[in-house]
Design a protein around this ligand. Structure first.
Ligand code: PGA
Length: 252
């Protein structure tokens, strides 16, 4: 895969899937990747309750572990929430914030997402900040406006290429089997790159921009081959080691 720019990242978002029985999948993935020369970083983001177990399964491998969400405070009276510091202590190197399922199901605004991203960076984690338009917004020709607005409002001050990853995930492509055309992906990623330059200066050119939404082995090479696509955020196809490997192999 010839892609210039920052080292790509392929991250698997398990969402609310995962159990002790599923620990065999990261174990298998690590075994399958053992002797593979990779031009990308690989990460899995399991549910919080099995984070430490996944981390221990992956000990000594190059597969990183990330969280799926965090609170903006380091500790306190927030029943059911998890802080970025807790994720860090559990062995995470990153956390997803602002996923459209959080924005929709939990009413998270750009302002909340920015405070969560800031918390992640404070704790020494990489904030994987998700943005993306709905189908209505795309049909109304508002995609670029929406993405630029979300990016600006969700990116905290002090973001750098080392502590920030942007994931462009069109809401209508998540879990649906639908994907934008390569031209549409290239257009949005180009816009994000330009906006990052304005928001982050020189760091913007080195910040990874992932594509997410129905990525699978059969479309990964095409999607990942677009300019300014520096990896993927993968949902459904990250649950089985063999499927996930098919995507990761784009970067061999
Ligand atoms: P999907 O999910 O790959 O199942 O479409 C992607 C995501 O929500 O990160």
């Amino acid at each position: 895969m010839a892609s210039e720019g920052p080292r790509p990242l392929v991250a698997g978002n398990w969402k609310m899937n995962g159990s002790v029985a599923m620990l065999k999948e990261p174990r298998l993935l690590a075994a399958m990747l053992k002797d593979v020369k990779l031009k990308a970083d690989v990460m899995v983001c399991p549910p919080a309750v099995i984070l430490r177990r996944v981390k221990s399964v992956l000990k000594g491998t190059r597969i990183k572990v990330g969280g799926q969400d965090c609170h903006w405070n380091p500790l306190g009276a927030h029943t059911g929430d998890i802080s970025a510091e807790m994720l860090k202590e559990a062995g995470c190197s990153a956390v997803i914030v602002g996923h459209s399922e959080r924005r929709t199901n939990h009413g998270e605004t750009d302002e909340i997402v920015a405070s969560k991203a800031k918390a992640a960076q404070r704790a020494g984690l990489v904030a994987i900040i998700c943005i993306g338009e709905t189908l209505e917004e795309r049909k109304a020709g508002k995609t670029l406006d929406v993405v630029a607005r979300q990016l600006k409002a969700s990116l905290p001050e002090g973001s750098t290429a080392a502590n920030t990853v942007i994931a462009y995930e069109p809401v209508w492509a998540i879990g649906t089997g639908l994907t934008p055309t390569t031209a549409e992906v290239a257009e949005v990623h180009g816009l994000i790159r330009k906006e990052l330059g304005q928001l982050m200066g020189g760091e913007g050119g080195q910040t990874r921009i992932l594509y997410g939404g129905s990525v699978k082995a059969s479309n990964a090479a095409e999607l990942m081959g677009q300019p300014h696509v520096n990896g993927a955020l993968v949902g459904g196809a990250s649950l089985k080691a063999a499927d996930f490997l098919g995507i990761i192999k784009v970067y061999t």
